[in-house]
Write a protein of this length. Structure first.
Length: 388
């Protein structure tokens, strides 16, 4: 039985149960919009007003006012008046609504390297937006105050897709990044913002757990430039016990994105004792080289104790270096180490001549770039990515 079978087969007060069992706390988050910050709940948004509601695009009506959400592999069956597992999709009278469309809880310009994207428009800024909610419950989540909160618990700024694109353009960013919480739960808003962005010459990039169904991926593939997937482990047990998701669904997303010709980068937050086993990393390397090729950048990033995993130590740098070596020995060409400022493996090297092509330093800074029309200036080897 899959981990999510209980949610698929037993219509119930899914979101309320999850909140009681898994959160058991009220959370506050920093709201950053236009360089201003505030903390705490917004008591004025205790109830989601009807004018916030937008009909969801990926669901089916069943009967007796039941609906089944189809945006992610959980495929929640939701009774009238209740929400799905992620807390962002609500059944009202047999119609499924997204209650986070246009409800931006964080908006700030970030270096695109922070996402991290190392092969997408290096040295540029991304206008980064988030809503509340997530369809996973990772015990190590670094943005849990956003991802594990109800939409009505966080202060939000109403924005239309056109306003998002106009703000991105006015702030001289080259892309809109959908990040911090899980973009899958606000897929409709992502798509509409990406369309508006394209109309103003702005790219769109998604930073995601990859736990999403094929149909919304295919729709997003029409308008996205790049998609970063967290491959959190190469272990079904880890996904079940630590994230509440499943590995195969994420692997399917990576393969589909590659087929759709969306640029993909992968992040593996490497956690001591939980997902750093050499056998699992070797299996991951074999899958990547066999299923999606050797050009996809992989980032092994350092874990810091956070949220519900405060009993584990910071990842040793030697563990990240071992993981990197395993993948490179299997033929992966672009393997990086993250959250270790100043480490040589944060820079990009030509897989043919070995010369440093993109120098990265502290604070996601980018130094010299030795690329010309997407190729190494020293030997002419094409370097895959989105450079222009």
């Amino acid at each position: 039985m899959k981990v999510n079978d209980v949610f698929i087969k037993q219509p119930c007060a899914i979101y309320e149960r999850r909140r009681f069992l898994e959160l058991g706390l009220s959370s506050a988050a920093a709201f950053c919009f236009g360089c201003s910050k505030a903390e705490g709940k917004n008591e004025d948004t205790a109830v989601v007003a009807p004018d916030w509601l937008t009909e969801a695009r990926f669901y089916e009506k069943i009967n007796d006012n039941l609906v089944q959400c189809l945006v992610c592999p959980r495929e929640c069956v939701i009774p009238d008046g209740k929400r799905g597992y992620c807390g962002t999709r609500e059944n009202r009278g047999g119609t499924l609504y997204t209650v986070v469309y246009g409800r931006v809880v964080s908006a700030v310009s970030d270096p695109i390297e922070k996402k991290p994207f190392f092969h997408v428009l290096p040295g540029t800024k991304a206008f980064s937006i988030a809503t509340a909610g997530c369809n996973m419950t990772c015990k190590f989540c670094q943005n849990w105050t956003l991802s594990q909160s109800k939409p009505e618990e966080l202060r939000s700024q109403p924005m239309t897709p056109e306003q998002v694109a106009e703000t991105a353009f006015a702030s001289r960013t080259k892309s809109i990044a959908y990040t911090y919480n899980e973009p899958t739960v606000f897929t409709e808003f992502v798509y509409d913002c990406a369309v508006a962005g394209k109309n103003t010459g702005i790219h769109s990039v998604v930073i995601s757990n990859g736990y999403i169904n094929p149909e919304p991926v295919e729709r997003l593939g029409e308008v996205l430039t790049a998609y970063k997937v967290d491959l959190k482990a190469f272990s079904d047990t880890f996904y079940r016990d630590i994230t509440g998701g499943d590995l195969q669904s994420v692997l399917n997303t990576i393969k589909l994105l590659k087929k759709l010709d969306v640029w993909v980068e992968i992040v593996h937050l490497t956690i001591p004792t939980l997902n750093d086993d050499s056998r699992d990393l070797t299996a991951m390397a074999d899958w990547l080289t066999g299923e999606v090729g050797t050009d996809i950048p992989v980032h092994f990033t350092r874990f810091h104790p956070m949220y519900r995993l405060t009993n584990l130590p910071v990842t040793p740098v030697s563990t990240l270096e071992r993981a990197r070596n395993i993948l490179m020995e299997k033929g992966m060409k672009f393997v990086y180490i993250g959250n270790v400022p100043g480490h040589p493996a944060e820079s990009t090297y030509c897989p043919n001549c070995g010369k440093k092509l993109i120098e990265r330093g502290y604070g996601w800074s980018v130094g010299d770039v030795y690329l010309k029309e997407g190729a190494c200036v020293f030997c002419g080897t094409p370097i895959p990515g989105v450079w222009a």
